[in-house]
Design a protein around this ligand. Structure first.
Ligand SMILES: Cc1ncc(COP(=O)(O)O)c(C=O)c1O
Length: 394
C-alpha cells in the first residue's frame, strides 16, 4: 500500500473522545458511569426549533442551497449579532458551515501557508494547534496560567510575535479554563494585531454562556472588523451539537476564499437545519438565558463539592460549562487521577494535557449533568480519593 499523506502525522485527536470511548466500553460491561468528559449540554433544541425543522422539511426545503448559507439565516444572524454582541454585520460577511469546527478548519485553511506562525491559547481547544499544523503552519502557544487568573498575558503574546506570525487565535470564554478574557487583555491583543497586521480568529462559541456581564467580541475593537474572523455555532448556545451548524463572520475580502473552500468540501449546509436555526436565533422560549442560568447554578454546586475533595482545587469559572481542577495536591498525575476516577468510581473526566502542555496539572470536567448527578460524581470521587491520599502521604 502507498503511504498516506504525511500531514496526518501532525494532526492530533481529542482526549475527550478517547475517554468517552473507554467510558462507553465500561458502560457496556454494566458499570454505572457519570459522563463529565464531553462538552455537550444535556439540553436539546427548543420546541420551536424542532417545529421549524419539521415545517422546513414539509415545505420541501431539502435541496442544494446557497454556498454561504440561505439569505434568511444570514439576515437573522445579523440581527442576532447586533442584539447579543452589538456587532454591525451584513449577510455578505457570513459563511454558514457544518459546525464551528468546520468554520475554524476552513478559516485556517484560508489563512495559513506553510511556515506561517499561529499563536493559540494553551490550554485550549485541541484543534487550535492541530489544524494549522495540518496546513504546514507553525503553532506557538501562549499560556493561560493561574498566576494571572488564567488570562492571556498580552506582553507574552507581544514577545511571541515574529515576522512570520499570521494569526492569533482567541477563545473567550475559553475551553477548558472557562476564562472570559478581560476588556484590557482583548484591547491589547487587538492593538498587537493591528500593529503587526495579523488576523485574529476569535472563537466565540461560548459567548452566550458567560457569567461576567456584557460580552465583548474581538471584532468590536478599533481596526478589528477588517482582520477578525468570528467563529461561532449553535452547539453550545442552543444545545444543538448534533445538528452541525456553525458560521464564520469574516472581513469581506476573505469571503470568496471561504466560499471556495466550502465549494470544494461541503457545498452547502442542509437547508432544513438552516431554517430551524432561524427559530433558534429568535429563541422565543428564552432557552439560551435559561440554560446559562442553570450552568451557573451547576458551577456553584459542583465547584463547592470539588473543593472538598482532598488534593483538588477549583476556581469558579467565568463562562462555558467546565470545571478546571488543579490536582497537584493529590501527589499523582492527572492521567492517574482520571484513570482511578473512571475505573474505580465510574466518573469520566479528562486529563488537562489533552488541552496542551500547560494543562498538565489539571483535570477538566463538563458540568453538563443535573446538580444531583454532579454531587453524586463528587461523592464518588471523594470515596476513592483515599487512593491518592495514601500516595501523597508516603
Ligand atoms: C472552543 C470550541 N470551539 C469549537 C468547538 C466546535 O463546535 P461545533 O460542535 O460547532 O463544531 C468546540 C466544541 O467543543 C469548542 O469547545
Amino acid at each position: 500500500m502507498r503511504p498516506l499523506a504525511t500531514r496526518l502525522n501532525v494532526l492530533s485527536g481529542e482526549g475527550a473522545l478517547s475517554v468517552f470511548a473507554r467510558a462507553k466500553e465500561l458502560e457496556r460491561q454494566g458499570r454505572s458511569i457519570i459522563h463529565l468528559e464531553l462538552g455537550e449540554p444535556d439540553f436539546h433544541a427548543a420546541p420551536s426549533v424542532v417545529t421549524a425543522l419539521k415545517a422546513a422539511i414539509d415545505a420541501g426545503h431539502d435541496r442544494y442551497c446557497q454556498v454561504p448559507g440561505i439569505p434568511a439565516l444570514r439576515e437573522e444572524l445579523c440581527a442576532y449579532l447586533k442584539r447579543t454582541r452589538n456587532l454591525d454585520v451584513t449577510p455578505g460577511d457570513i459563511v454558514v458551515s457544518p459546525g464551528a469546527k468546520t468554520a475554524l478548519f476552513n478559516a485556517l485553511m484560508a489563512i495559513v501557508d506553510p511556515g506561517d506562525e499561529v499563536l493559540y491559547p494553551d490550554p485550549g481547544f485541541p484543534g487550535y494547534p492541530s489544524i494549522p499544523q495540518g496546513f504546514g503552519g507553525v503553532v506557538v502557544p501562549y499560556k493561560l496560567d493561574a498566576s494571572r487568573q488564567m488570562q492571556p498575558d498580552a506582553d507574552e503574546i507581544a514577545r511571541l510575535i515574529t515576522p512570520r506570525t499570521k494569526a492569533i487565535i482567541t477563545c473567550s470564554p475559553n475551553n477548558p479554563t472557562g476564562t472570559v478574557y478581560t476588556d484590557m487583555v482583548q484591547r491589547r491583543i487587538a492593538e498587537l494585531a493591528v500593529e503587526h497586521d495579523l488576523y485574529v480568529l476569535s472563537d466565540e462559541i461560548y459567548s452566550r454562556i458567560s457569567f461576567k456581564g456584557e460580552y465583548q467580541s474581538m471584532r468590536s475593537y478599533p481596526g478589528m472588523a477588517e482582520r477578525t474572523l468570528v467563529i461561532d455555532g449553535f452547539s453550545k448556545s442552543f444545545a444543538m451539537t448534533g445538528w452541525r451548524l456553525g458560521y464564520t463572520v469574516a472581513p469581506s475580502h476573505l469571503i470568496p476564499a471561504l466560499d471556495l473552500i466550502a465549494i470544494n468540501s461541503y457545498t452547502c449546509v442542509a437547508e432544513f437545519t438552516q431554517y430551524a436555526a432561524i427559530a433558534a436565533l429568535r429563541d422565543v422560549e428564552n432557552q439560551t438565558d435559561r440554560m446559562a442560568a442553570e450552568f451557573r447554578h451547576r458551577r456553584d454546586v459542583f465547584t463547592t463539592a470539588l473543593n472538598q475533595i482532598p488534593g483538588f482545587h477549583c476556581e469558579p469559572c467565568d463562562g462555558a460549562f467546565y470545571a478546571w481542577v488543579n490536582i497537584t495536591g493529590t501527589g499523582i498525575s492527572a492521567e492517574e487521577v482520571c484513570r482511578l476516577m473512571l475505573e474505580e468510581a465510574g466518573v469520566a473526566g479528562i486529563p488537562g494535557k489533552a488541552f496542551g502542555e500547560a494543562g498538565r496539572d489539571f483535570v477538566r470536567f463538563s458540568f453538563v449533568s443535573a446538580p444531583a448527578k454532579l454531587e453524586e460524581a463528587a461523592a464518588r470521587i471523594q470515596k476513592i480519593s483515599v487512593a491518592w491520599q495514601a500516595v501523597a502521604a508516603r
